[in-house]
Design a protein around this ligand. Sequence first.
Ligand code: GAP
Length: 469
Amino acid sequence: MAKQNLADKVVSLCKRRGFVYQSSEIYGGLSSTWDYGPLGIALKNNIADFWWREMTQLHENILGIDAAILMHPRVWEASGHVSGFVDPLVDCKQCKARFKAQDLVKTWRRKKKLEALGGDIPETAEGDMDELKKLRWPEATCPSCGTTGMLTAPRLFNLMLKTWLGPVEEAAALVYLRPETAQGIYVNYQNVVNTSRVKIPFGIAQIGKAFRNEITPGNFIFRTREFEQMEMQFFIKPGENPKWLEYWRDERFRFYVKLGIKPERLRIHRHAPEELAHYANDAFDIEYEFPFGWQELEGVHDRTNYDLSRHAEFSGKDLAYFDEETRERFVPYIVETSAGLNRTLFVCLLDAYDEDTQEGELRTVLRLIPSIAPIKVGVFSLVKKDGLPEVADHIAGDLRRLCPTFVDHQGSIGRRYRRMDEIGTPWGITVDYQTLQDQTVTLRDRDSLEQVRISTNVLSDEIRRRLAL
Ligand code: GAP
């Protein structure tokens, strides 16, 4: 399937079947903001649960927290986000378009127009601000309206969203919507140590919303201004950071394979020094081959003791850890795993999307792994009469206590199967006339299309077994 075609088909499926809607649609929508419908929230919750289980249940030394989105404004000074979480932007005074300076440099470099701009051209995509300033911006042409001489010099623009607490909008009441969930973990790390008696190495996990005033949001739910992160901060002894960085890079890669993502569409990219975020000493991205190219899905970062040292300095609190075994005191180093929940959901849909032909008809199927499928079982009565719907309702009622179950009595059986295949439901159960004779039903598998006859007595056990519960 052509790549753009795949993206279009997934976006259309999302809207048609109630995974994702445009936010505030009746008002024309708000750019790059999305709402999750009944199937979307089920899938999102299942992915979040899958991650939470992987992190907190399968690792005895990782605990969870849920910190507030609003934090003391000094947090963001200490974290370096007030000064460092910035993009140099260029405005066109003619058409009012706004560009990331480095994107323009990249475009111009591609078009070989750089000679005309003079100055020392930054070699990297990030582009150092001083280097960017040296370019002769007022002589350049706006890529949007084509006017020459109307571009401003680059100005720094902070990506944090702001709001005000209390009744007056004044500087003293300014707070930020967190741009990453990580800081809520750092400022709570000693609370967790004191109340849970964990010992280094240990991790703290959190899932929650983050906000960034992205200049170039887009590609559906790939980059938005409001999004969710699934982050885990792993606290370690100083010097053990290279070892743990590799450990978590590999663990996190394996996680996506467990989630059902095709390994050939995943790769690891190590950051070049100029790509590193202001807090990172070394970093790997786990990338996915999206229809629009290889892009970051998760970042695994060696943050050293940067964050805790800065919070100790800015808060005046001693944030050292006392190691009872070695009797040493030190500020822990941190290796972080930082995944986007919405981006992971997008990847699950793109990766699972498939089409085949069944009995001469095109079938769309989401090959999601059962544990994240929004609905696990569809129950159908072959015909809507002769007591079959009542039996199907009864079976569905039993199964519902075990897992999300959908019952449908309407339309041709083939069509009902296809509607469930399209939303990734792994199993279908059909009640027919034989059911009334011998209390057996057919159990159909979405992927193998195998149909087995099974007694209603053992149906729950069989679904439980297949769900590996
Ligand atoms: N605490 C480290 C941190 O936030 P990041 O690489 O900026 O690192 C981590 O973000 C992950 O969060 C990304 O890999 C991506 O999955 C997700 N993410 C970041 N910005 C996003 C955005 N604007 N929209 C959707 N997801 C985003």
